[in-house]
Write a protein that binds this ligand. Structure first.
Ligand code: B12
Ligand code: SF4
Length: 621
């Protein structure tokens, strides 16, 4: 069926359900319906998932801070609501998922029948002709890692700022005067939250799609909606399995997000993206999408990936955990040298590649640091104090927990060596001005005090060595469809043990170090934290929270608290050197290591080269 037919049929069979030409908008004002009768398909996403001018951290903050703290953000970023528009009022930029959906739909429907807009502008595009409002959302209810825990510490677990705005968007769609004429289809990485909480009716959602918009099943669903047929509440659609199957939008995306890889390969039990096929996307397509962003006024680019280091090494003769140095440096060099690209930020990575190939990190720093918008004056040795902050999963410092939930997290190194891999990796990263944001999971199923103590030992080791990462602890959330879907973790902050609280608060105490170099900051934190505890937090979080909070606020020295038996002060861990880590590798892995990084076993280099290219190289003794 062509989209123009749909258009005509829609006009004939479905009259607007309101009287007269004017209808009230969400604020009660009377507004004109769209002059063209509205678009057949209207795409939207929450405002807080679309904004991109203040860097990644603003969205991450909004995912974690409760709505009652919105004023703090308003003061820090008074213009955070300012977004850009095209001449017709559609959004100048939208989250990458919305843009890919738009491009996927354009394979079947006429571009003129599709509009992508912000929730406040829905009335400009939704009219009697509209048959689908498609929502893309990352984290609508805030029930995922990290986001849930911080809002629940502050007391309103279900309403982080982002969720508030997502709900506002759903309300705007639900109260649209033409609501009876169209179906609401939701997709994106946060769609499962609606399924899991069964909030379809409250949010006014007809169908949640799990999976990618490229799927032919997604197209069929839109056709069905346009024909006015009933939709299933939940649809699972397939992920493309080849590079060619992934669509790249030719439009501007939030943060200039361009897909780099899908899947991962390390197979952590709690991980959702790892269930997708491992694909590294073609450089030409990535570059085209980068240029499209720049053409439409974007100055920033970020490549979306679970692990940037697998790019260029997927389905090659070399295992993906030995990064392809030349390919990566070439890709990033071309991106940052694209005329118009002024800023580049890293998304996710793993830490073992920094131990596998430290020279790669150095080379990437040379390329990427000048374009990084992130400045860490008290940490960076770069002349302009620039820094790179990839998101890296630390998850746990406990080897026994690591074996259960992420046995391959550190490959090629054994999970037995995980604490050493973290310390050695962080040493390489920090030396090159990479200060990662490292996520930890607190409250894993069956987590024992020993497991938490092992993680604290690792955190104290980082501190002792003067290393730095932003540690972001989150409470275990069993993500839908993952291998740990049926596991139960901690559901309320009241259930956290003193050690789990200590881990959370120790991480935040360390994170604040670079911000505490003024004379007043430590005092402000101390007074603020104790005040907040007396006012609100002691009731919400229970008695186990008291000493960790006092530790956080530095009300008493940690040594003293340790002596009083109120906190655990950690014990030194034995950290293997890079050379020792390499010595413990499976022998056949050695051939993939780069000799210029050093630390190979005595006399190994030439034999390895001979093994890899027996015809091209003379065998040396
Ligand atoms: C870039 C990124 C960010 C950026 C930018 C986000 C943005 N608004 O653009 C930042 C750093 C800000 C961010 C923040 C967060 N993120 Co994030 N992020 C990503 C990342 C790396 C890429 C997202 C992306 O753009 N992918 C490319 C697009 C094309 O994919 P997509 O959005 O999934 O869209 C596809 C499908 O979902 C579908 N689709 C999308 N929309 C629709 C709509 C319809 C109707 C249909 C049918 C289909 C459909 O089709 C698209 C492709 O065809 C992903 C991991 C990943 N690889 O996906 C994590 C990820 C999505 N984020 C995650 C998390 C946990 C968060 C945070 C909660 C982290 C935190 N604690 O702060 C916050 C939440 C932010 C918020 N606003 O609430 C998790 C999701 C967990 C979940 N929801 O269950 C992921 C999977 C990372 C992970 N490994 O855990 N994130
Ligand atoms: S390393 Fe990260 S992306 Fe890969 S499987 Fe583990 S959690 Fe998932």
């Amino acid at each position: 069926m062509s989209s123009s037919q749909v258009h005509a049929n829609g006009n004939k069979s479905n009259k607007p359900k309101t009287n007269g030409n004017l209808h009230p908008d969400q604020h009660g004002a009377r507004v004109e319906p769209p002059a063209d009768g509205g678009k057949l398909i209207v795409l939207t996403a929450p405002l807080t998932e679309t904004i991109d001018h203040a860097g990644y951290f603003i969205q991450m903050g909004m995912a974690s801070m409760p709505i009652w703290m919105e004023g703090v953000l308003n003061r820090k970023y008074p213009k955070w609501r300012d977004v850009e528009y095209n001449d017709d009022g559609s959004a100048k930029y939208m989250p990458a998922g919305t843009r890919v959906l738009e491009a996927s739909l354009q394979r079947e429907f006429n571009s003129d029948d599709i509009a992508a807009c912000l929730p406040d502008d829905l009335h400009k595009f939704v009219g009697p002709n509209t048959r689908v409002v498609a929502v893309s959302t990352h984290n609508p209810l805030g029930v995922t890692f990290a986001a849930g825990v911080y809002t629940s510490i502050f007391g309103s677990s279900k309403m982080p700022i982002n969720s508030h705005y997502a709900r506002l968007m759903f309300q705007q769609i639900k109260s649209n005067p033409y609501r009876d004429n169209f179906k609401v289809i939701v997709g994106g990485s946060g769609g499962w939250q609606i399924i899991q909480t069964d909030l379809y009716d409250e949010l006014g959602v007809d169908c949640v799609v799990e999976g990618r918009s490229e799927s032919l099943d997604t197209l069929e669903l839109f056709r069905k909606a346009i024909r006015g047929e009933d939709l299933p509440r939940e649809v699972e659609v397939k992920h493309p399995t080849t590079r060619e199957g992934i669509i790249f939008p030719d439009k501007r995306t939030t943060f200039g997000v361009v897909e780099m890889t899908t899947g991962c390969g390390r197979r952590c039990q709690f991980c959702l993206p790892d269930l997708n096929p491992q694909i590294d996307l073609p450089k030409e397509q990535i570059m085209k999408a980068v240029r499209a962003n720049v053409r439409e006024g974007n100055k920033q680019i970020s490549l979306a990936t679970e692990d940037m280091f697998i790019w260029g090494q997927v389905h090659t003769d070399t295992p993906f955990y030995f990064p392809n140095r030349e390919a990566l440096v070439d890709l990033y060099t071309d991106i940052v040298n694209t005329p118009g690209v002024e800023q580049h930020v890293l998304s996710h990575s793993t830490i073992a590649p920094a131990v596998v190939d430290p020279i790669l990190i150095k080379k990437l720093s040379d390329v990427l640091l000048p374009q990084s918008p992130i400045h860490l004056p008290y940490l960076s040795s770069h002349p302009q104090k620039k820094a790179l902050t990839p998101l890296i999963g630390l998850e746990t410092g406990s080897v026994s927990m690591g074996k259960k939930i992420m046995p391959s997290k550190g490959v090629p190194f054994s999970i037995e060596d995980w604490p050493s891999v973290v310390i050695q990796g962080l040493t390489v990263l920090n030396a090159n001005n990479w200060f990662p944001a490292m996520t930890l999971i607190v409250g894993n199923p069956d987590e024992s005090d020993e497991d938490v103590m092992a993680t604290l030992d690792l955190i104290y080791e980082v501190e002792r060595r003067g290393l730095f990462a932003f540690f972001i602890p989150s409470v275990f959330t069993p993500l839908h469809d993952t291998r740990m879907e049926m596991k139960k973790g901690v559901t309320e902050t009241m259930q956290l043990s003193p050690l789990q609280w200590q881990l959370i608060m120790k991480c935040w105490k360390m994170n604040l170090r670079p911000g505490q170099y003024s004379w007043w900051a430590p005092t402000a934190w101390r007074v603020g934290a104790i005040g907040l505890w007396m006012y609100k937090l002691r009731k919400l979080n229970g008695p186990n929270f008291k000493w960790p909070l006092l530790m956080f606020s530095s009300a008493m020295s940690e040594k003293m608290m340790g002596r009083l038996g109120k906190i655990y002060t950690g014990k030194p861990i034995t950290v293997k050197s890079r050379k020792e880590l390499i010595a413990g590798l499976k022998p056949h892995y050695l051939q993939y290591l780069r000799a210029d990084n050093g630390d190979l076993p005595e006399g190994y280099t030439s034999a390895a080269r001979a093994m890899r290219a027996p015809m091209a190289l003379p065998v040396l003794s």
